[in-house]
Ligand binder design. Structure first.
Ligand SMILES: NC(=O)c1ccc[n+]([C@@H]2O[C@H](COP(=O)([O-])OP(=O)(O)OC[C@H]3O[C@@H](n4cnc5c(N)ncnc54)[C@H](OP(=O)(O)O)[C@@H]3O)[C@@H](O)[C@H]2O)c1
Length: 219
């Protein structure tokens, strides 16, 4: 039985991650800004009122967890503010950086002492953060924030290795959530793939960037 903490757990992929880990008998802590009936129905520990981009909220999270150990830290919370070259919104870009790029780093940094040898950190990034894979343009803020979190993840791989902690950057696929307007595979199918990738993660494979289907993505 693993202790699993998941951000962005009140809906979408995060909710299904909570459900699947709970169903297999793990101890799940769901972290969110605002809880939801679907989340409450899971009957897991929920810590709400936590915005991953807010320093004080993360300090509060740290205090609420105390010395609770975490085997799997799953940084899933994220936002998409669509843009294109003709409609750039620099404030929205900064917002995406605060949530998508700094959020996972802020949470991981704050909770590092809750992790132990053998713990795993997963960051739900996106293949659109891949520079090599960019064949279409657009979504400047989202793409840049996910490229940045990929770099944060690789840095974490190096900094956490001496503690025996591994790190994965994961693309969930195109998933039918509010973020995509309901286009894509089901959140539960995506969550199952993400969990398989995290199960396979160890120090030797740490620092990889994988599709939930199992193949490596280019940087
Ligand atoms: N869906 C896809 O096709 C797709 C593809 C590639 C990557 N991703 C990534 O997968 C992750 C989950 O996305 P999703 O599709 O499940 O999207 P979603 O249904 O829109 O859910 C996003 C989750 O993140 C939370 N969140 C947003 N901003 C937050 C903040 N500042 N602090 C705390 N929580 C925050 C949301 O909470 P609220 O309810 O409070 O807003 C919600 O729980 C994201 O990182 C996303 O970038 C998704």
């Amino acid at each position: 039985m693993a202790d699993v903490l998941i951000t962005g757990c009140n809906r979408g992929i995060g909710l299904e991650l909570c459900r699947l880990y709970k169903d297999r008998g793990d101890q799940v802590i769901g972290v969110c800004r605002t809880t939801s009936p679907d989340l409450e129905a899971l009957d897991i520990r929920v810590i709400d009122g936590i915005d991953v981009s807010d320093r004080r909220d993360i300090e509060k999270l740290q205090q609420m967890l105390g010395d609770q150990s975490i085997d799997i830290l799953l940084n899933n919370a994220g936002i998409l503010r669509g843009d294109e070259f003709s409609s750039l919104d620099f404030d929205a870009m900064l917002e995406q950086f605060r949530v998508n790029a700094l959020g996972p780093l802020r949470v991981t940094h704050a909770l590092v002492d809750n992790l132990r040898e053998g713990s795993r950190v997963a960051i739900v990034s996106s293949r659109v953060g891949s520079i090599a894979d960019n064949s279409s343009g657009n979504n400047y803020g989202y793409r840049m924030s996910k490229a940045a979190v990929n770099m944060a993840g690789m840095n974490l791989r190096h900094d956490l290795e001496p503690r025996g902690i591994s790190v994965a950057l994961l693309h969930p696929g195109l998933v039918a959530t509010e973020m995509t307007g309901g286009r894509g595979i089901t959140p539960v199918a995506s969550a199952a793939g993400l969990i398989d990738r995290i199960d396979a993660l160890d120090l030797d494979s740490s620092g990889g960037f994988w599709h939930a289907e199992g193949y490596t993505l280019p940087w």
